[in-house]
Design a protein around this ligand. Structure first.
Ligand SMILES: NC(=O)C1=CN([C@@H]2O[C@H](COP(=O)(O)OP(=O)(O)OC[C@H]3O[C@@H](n4cnc5c(N)ncnc54)[C@H](O)[C@@H]3O)[C@@H](O)[C@H]2O)C=CC1
Ligand SMILES: O=C(O)CCC(=O)C(=O)O
Length: 630
């Protein structure tokens, strides 16, 4: 860690706090006034003009104080509000302020009356806070400010810093141009543009370093910090148009997120994955061995869907890459579409509709049937199959199901012991088997021939499950009365032209893999998967991972957390603890979970650690990945 000679000069508004204090004061003083919104907007505009140096600071201050119409009594309320609005990463790094208090200064064009009580809690005494002071009249109204204070004048921060005669390297951390000018004037050695709350181009473009939060500032200076690796340095790549909430959730937590609309082919992904820590995909992107080999930083893959066979799960595990999916978020959406398709097929609705679209009136009951009393055959009685079973029974259908696993029958559903049995009794067969590659061509010519003449087939599972040419032949030969297909053996990476042998066939409902594409499902996925990702990145928890031993260990205060992923060979745990003992680390919590291939251990340890221990743990034989969390 760096010696105490360096001095740190912090701005207050929008740096130490998330807000501009005078804006908050305006909210308080203008409460209930009819022109509140206009006045606040005017104050904000004047604030920004002053911060960016477009009007003189003195002018900006005078104009704002006039508009504020504030009283001394309003200041207590302001301090209470500001305490709630400390910048997130400032609040989580209190330790730095406590340890380096003697070297920390606040130079602000705000007011000591509200800055002092806030920074006092961060161990910064009033004598190291340089700011303006208010003028009050005898009734306590704020009527102005001390004009003699250099900070009330344009470029006052330069004068203030000059008078301080600070020794050692001086670093300025602030969001505005008025902070940068101290560096420009040659009084500070470095300027960090602080963008956690507001990104001002003028400050960022002139900065020696842009710090999206205090973690970044502490990281580049190798100072004590809450997170060993700042979140803004964690790169997340989200493909296939995942719901924008996912971007919001992950960006809000501080990660650097890139959103790409479509899926990308293997050769492009091999390039793009370099330096990426988290990859988010849906069903199209293939995460192959080659992609995983190129992924030099990859920690997690989030499948924003149910299916995960597009990812080489075993190889990912071998590389220490954890995979999460959203096992239930779109279940109901698929079920509702299946229900709709059963009715539409049996009533021949799409045929009747197409006729009218082409200018033909054909009122007929021919081949139009109620679903009540008909036999529905569900193949794959998992989450989707079971829910469909319940809804179909509520419509009066008789449900039969077949599953390779032993599944409890819901309601009055009848279990079939073979696929053939199910096919022979069903008026409608609907496929909900999982995306296991062993299910390729599971329904082919032979199986279709085992179906009842005039039956219907629905495939909402995966395209490769059905031999699509055999299905097209059966429809053309009128062995089947209709089909609904949502998934295809080969699907395009992005929206555009598409061809299938089923195109143009009568009573065939074709949809572009939208079984799970409802607003509700996509929003739920965009909440569920990012939460799993954040839980793993921030805490190391792997509960609900699809390819990894599951662990959850509650966060402990005043400890460091080490995550160690290793090949599951005998004696590794002993070796890890041997290293920890050698470096006199006190273990305050430890949890190991293994499967046949890998072991994953989380260790919580006493506060301070020697950096050599990190090297030693990485060097333990059979280590796959090692990460210090905090
Ligand atoms: N069209 C779309 O947009 C969507 C499609 N899906 C597909 O639906 C599938 C099913 O989803 P869930 O019900 O959540 O999965 P699940 O894993 O809960 O259920 C799948 C069931 O299929 C059974 N199964 C697997 N192979 C079988 C076989 N050959 N014969 C009989 N049973 C077999 C399994 O034992 C399991 O009970 C997903 O894997 C995915 O491929 C899921 C969501 C959206
Ligand atoms: O909507 C998607 O991206 C894929 C849906 C799907 O097939 C799944 O969840 O497995």
């Amino acid at each position: 860690m760096v010696g105490a000679a360096r001095k740190y000069v912090f701005d207050f508004d929008s740096t130490l706090t998330r807000v501009e204090a005078l804006d908050v004061l305006a909210e308080i003083t203008l409460q209930g006034k009819s022109n509140k919104d206009e006045v606040i907007q005017e104050i904000q505009e004047i604030t920004n003009l002053g911060i960016d140096g477009d009007i003189s600071f003195t002018e900006s201050l005078e104009r704002r104080i006039r508009l504020l119409n504030a009283h001394k009594d309003n200041l207590d309320g302001l301090v209470i509000e500001l305490r709630q609005k400390i910048s997130k990463s400032i609040a989580s790094n209190k330790e730095f302020f406590q340890k380096y208090s003697e070297d920390i200064y606040v130079i602000s064009c705000g007011f000591k009356e509200f800055i002092d009580p806030i920074v006092e809690e961060y161990n910064i005494p009033s004598e190291r806070v340089y700011a303006n002071t208010f003028k009050f009249d005898e009734d306590g109204n704020i009527v102005g400010f001390d004009e003699a204070n250099v900070l009330a004048s344009h470029n006052g921060k330069i004068e203030c810093l000059k008078h301080l005669h600070l020794e050692g390297e001086v670093q300025v951390i602030g969001d505005g141009y008025s902070d940068y000018v101290m560096r420009e004037a040659g009084l500070a050695h470095k300027f960090f543009a602080y963008t956690e709350n507001v990104h001002r181009d003028k400050a960022a473009n002139n900065a020696d370093h842009v710090a999206p939060n205090l973690d970044e500032f502490l990281f580049v200076n190798d100072l004590p910090r809450n997170l060993s690796y700042p979140k803004n340095r964690i790169k997340i790549l989200l493909l296939e148009n995942v719901h924008p909430d996912a971007f919001e959730n992950l960006s809000e937590d501080g990660f650097s997120v890139e959103l790409v609309k479509n899926s990308i082919p293997e050769d492009e992904l091999i390039e793009k994955i370099k330096g990426v820590h988290v990859l988010g995909i849906r069903s199209k992107t293939q995460v192959t061995q080659k992609v995983l080999d190129a992924a030099n930083k990859l920690l997690v893959v989030g499948a924003f869907c149910i299916g995960t066979t597009q990812i080489d799960l075993e190889y990912a595990k071998k590389k220490g890459v954890v995979v999460f999916n959203a096992p239930y978020s779109n279940t109901r959406s698929v079920v509702e579409l299946a229900i709709g398709q059963i009715i539409m097929l049996m009533r021949n609705v799409f045929t009747r509709s197409s006729e009218i679209h082409s200018g033909q009136w054909n009122k007929t009951a021919l081949n139009s049937k109620e679903v009540r009393g008909k036999n529905l055959g569900i193949v794959g009685y998992g989450n989707i199959g079971k829910q469909l079973s319940v809804l179909a029974e509520a419509m009066g259908m008789r449900v039969y199901y077949y599953d390779v696993a032993d599944r409890l029958a819901l309601g009055n559903a009848t279990k079939c012991s073979t696929l053939e049995e199910l096919l022979s009794v069903s008026d409608v067969v609907t496929l909900h088997v999982d995306d296991n590659k062993a299910n390729k061509n599971f329904i082919g010519e032979r199986e279709i021939n085992q179906m009842r003449d005039g039956a219907y087939l629905i495939n909402l599972s995966r395209g490769f499950v059905v031999d699509i040419d055999a299905l097209a032949d059966a429809l053309k030969e009128e062995k089947l009365s209709g089909a609904a297909v949502d998934v295809y053996p080969i699907e395009p990476r992005s929206n555009g032209e598409f061809e299938t042998p089923l195109k143009g066939l009568s009573n065939v409902i074709l949809t572009p893999h939208v079984g799970g594409s409802t607003e509700e499902a996509q929003r739920d996925i965009a909440d569920f998967v990012p939460n799993k990702i954040m839980d793993y990145i921030n805490s190391g928890n792997t509960v609900d991972a699809v390819n990894f031993p599951n662990i959850r260990l509650p966060k402990q205060n005043n400890s460091h957390r080490f995550l160690h992923i290793h090949r599951n060979v005998p004696g590794i745990m002993a070796k890890i603890n041997e290293v920890l003992a050698k470096y006199e680390m006190n273990i305050t919590g430890q949890y190991l979970s293994t499967d046949s291939e890998v072991g994953y251990v989380i260790s919580d340890l006493d506060k301070d650690y020697n950096k050599e221990v990190v090297k030693a743990l990485k060097n333990v034989e059979n280590t796959i990945k090692f990460r210090v969390l905090y």
